[in-house]
Design a protein around this ligand. Structure first.
Ligand code: KG4
Ligand code: ZN
Length: 334
């Protein structure tokens, strides 16, 4: 009999539920929270309220899309952390209550592990990697290089010291007056721009760690200077600014991934997280014939419950269940 898991994700501003049957995703419903757009970033209090409103309809939709009755679920997997505490609590309380009423096991999931382990979903990535691999988690909340020795044996070997890579995209976008989240818009505009038009400094950071806050300041100065010289600067140069900042971010990432490959001798690279949807990053690394590079399908890049259900399945098979007294964690090490 296949194992059927309900996955629940509510760590930031997406409420999502998914059903997996063994490694096959039967449904993956995601409710985006439009409410944050006008504030230029996620407002934690509003996110928790929207999760409360969304969670029941989203779970019901996931069950009906998968054509699975509640009593056919074998376990419930939910995001324990990292994320916004108020948002995490909505998902965990719901998962705990449902597991109690259905009398089925509960499985807690680390969101960052899930961004990488979604690689093993049946319809994700035509070819699968072997262990060990280097996991590159690039999202709105994190920028991490992770040595993945096995499903649940992972070591963080590099991370950002300040802003995440997604924040670099979003904050530079805000400076240009783009709507939040600006990453996808910068990606789109950059296709029509010149990546060499503007030069931004690549930060010098030791080892495998990153820093993006200086880049944002550098970018802000460039835009302010341009507007001072010519009022229409932003309008005329938007595509070139997008293309130049994106290519600088790709360069920063490539320097660190090269260093991680040299340090570990591992050439299998699995990308995860919202920023891994970026076309500049995909094109650059897919061209590198010395590496075995794996990008998730776009629907599995940004936050989704399919990845939580996938880890739920792997933990179910390894008897890694959790208790009702397990607490949510805003910071949760991989
Ligand atoms: O993984 P995710 O959905 O949420 C977190 O866990 O943080 O990532 C969201 C981030 C945002 O910063 C968004 O701007 C960025 O992913 N993003 C992109 C693209 N699509 C989403 N950044 C660059 N290019 C894209 N195509
Ligand atoms: Zn995420």
């Amino acid at each position: 009999m296949p194992v059927t898991i309900l996955g629940i994700e509510s760590s930031c501003d997406e409420t999502s539920a998914a059903i997996i049957s063994d490694k096959k995703i039967l449904s993956n419903v995601i409710a985006n929270q439009e409410v944050h757009k006008k504030y230029g970033g996620v407002v934690p209090e509003l996110a928790s309220r929207a999760h409360q409103k969304n969670i029941i309809p989203v779970v019901n939709q996931a069950l009906s899309k998968a054509n699975i009755a509640k009593n056919k679920i074998d376990a419930i997997a939910y995001t324990r952390g990292p994320g916004l505490l108020g948002s995490l609590l909505v998902g965990s309380s719901f998962a705990k209550s449902l597991s109690m009423s259905l009398k089925i096991p509960l499985i807690e999931v680390n969101h960052m592990q899930a961004h990488l382990l979604c690689h093993f979903i049946e319809d994700n990535c035509d070819k699968k990697t072997n262990f060990p691999f280097i996991g590159v988690n690039i999202s709105g909340g994190h920028t991490q290089i992770i040595l993945c020795k096995d499903y649940f044996n992972m070591d963080l070997i590099g991370e950002t010291l300040d802003d995440s890579i997604g924040e670099a995209f979003d904050k530079c976008g805000k400076i240009m007056g783009l709507e939040y989240p600006a990453g996808p818009l910068i990606d789109k505009n950059s296709l029509m721009g010149d990546p060499d038009k503007f030069k931004f400094t690549v930060p010098k950071v030791e080892g495998l760690d990153f820093s993006f806050s200086g880049l944002k300041t550098n970018f802000k100065r460039c835009v302010e200077k341009g507007i001072k010289a010519k009022e229409s600067f932003l309008k005329e140069e938007l595509n070139n600014l997008c293309s130049s900042i994106q290519s600088t971010i790709v360069k920063i990432l490539s320097i660190k991934i090269k260093a991680a490959v040299n340090k570990t001798g591992i050439k299998n690279i699995v990308f995860g997280g919202g920023v891994s949807a970026n076309s500049g990053i995909r094109n650059y690394f897919n061209k590198n014939k010395n590496l075995n590079v794996f990008f998730p399908k776009r629907e599995y890049t940004t936050d989704n419950a399919a990845m939580i259900a996938m880890v739920g399945y792997l933990k179910f098979k390894n008897n890694k269940f959790s208790n009702l007294d397990v607490v949510s964690k805003a910071r949760y090490k991989i």
